[in-house]
Design a protein around this ligand. Sequence first.
Ligand SMILES: Nc1ncnc2c1ncn2[C@@H]1O[C@H](COP(=O)(O)OP(=O)(O)OP(=O)(O)O)[C@@H](O)[C@H]1O
Length: 289
Amino acid sequence: MTPVLQTEGLTKRYGQRPALSDVTLDIPAGRIVGLVGPNGAGKSTLLNLASGLLTPSAGTIRVLGARPAGDAAQLARVGFVAQDTPVYAGLTVADHLRLGERLNPRWDGALARRRIEQVGLDPAQKAGRLSGGQRAQLALTVAAAKRPELLIFDEPVAALDPLARRAFLQNLMEFVAELEVSVVLSSHLLSDLERVCDHLVVLASSRVQVDGEVEDLLKTHYRLVGARGDLDELPAGVELVHAEHTERQSTLVVRADGPLPGAVKHADHLDLEDMILAYLTRDALGAHR
Ligand SMILES: Nc1ncnc2c1ncn2[C@@H]1O[C@H](COP(=O)(O)OP(=O)(O)OP(=O)(O)O)[C@@H](O)[C@H]1O
């Protein structure tokens, strides 16, 4: 199956400053991919490159096996909702659907109308008067009714209250199951990502820190506790992500594809949130050293 997103040495600079450095990814189709990282990590830059709004400074990017936004057919295959879910404030909800129908060859009007009704949007309401959550629902509906093969969302739930966020993500998961669409979404909300994503990419300081299927990542990451000094040497196949020490004890977060060190007193798997935080802490400490 063609990968949904494939990059090699992908780099984007604004002037001299890298926003994305040497990013190599190969993400299979049929996933909900979470893209996570601190402010300024390069998430929007990557998503804008994937949707063809930006062009790379170096390296390559293929989306569904083709150049992003290379032609009208490729544009129709990808639905992109930029940060802050832009809508046309002066147009009504129904106008958005009419516009979508006119602009998109594969427009699914029945799906759009059903979704609008399901989420309780008034077709006559001007989009500029919708709440943040309603706007997000409208943007999701328009993007999904294009019947794309890939949906890209830049922080779709950032402006939503917890209930609206949950409803939006629930909706998104239903969509994915119904439409067999792949999704790439960025978010700062790690617990949300844990609930909906099956593939994760952690970006920090313009570089990929870790990337993989969530299930594999959870299986291979551990928090190890041992006597201070006993865990200084790690065997081959065990990569240190983050370490904290007290006078007597060391606590490490590691990625282990092989056996754990013999001197470990205690080993636990981490949840996704703690694993991501370990990578982000490593990057933050490295950056300020
Ligand atoms: N148009 C631009 N001109 C110059 N620099 C830019 C531009 N857009 C982004 N940058 C810089 O590129 C880097 C990556 O920005 P980007 O918006 O991709 O990060 P992000 O991970 O999406 O951040 P956030 O979580 O805050 O949305 C930042 O240092 C940012 O200041």
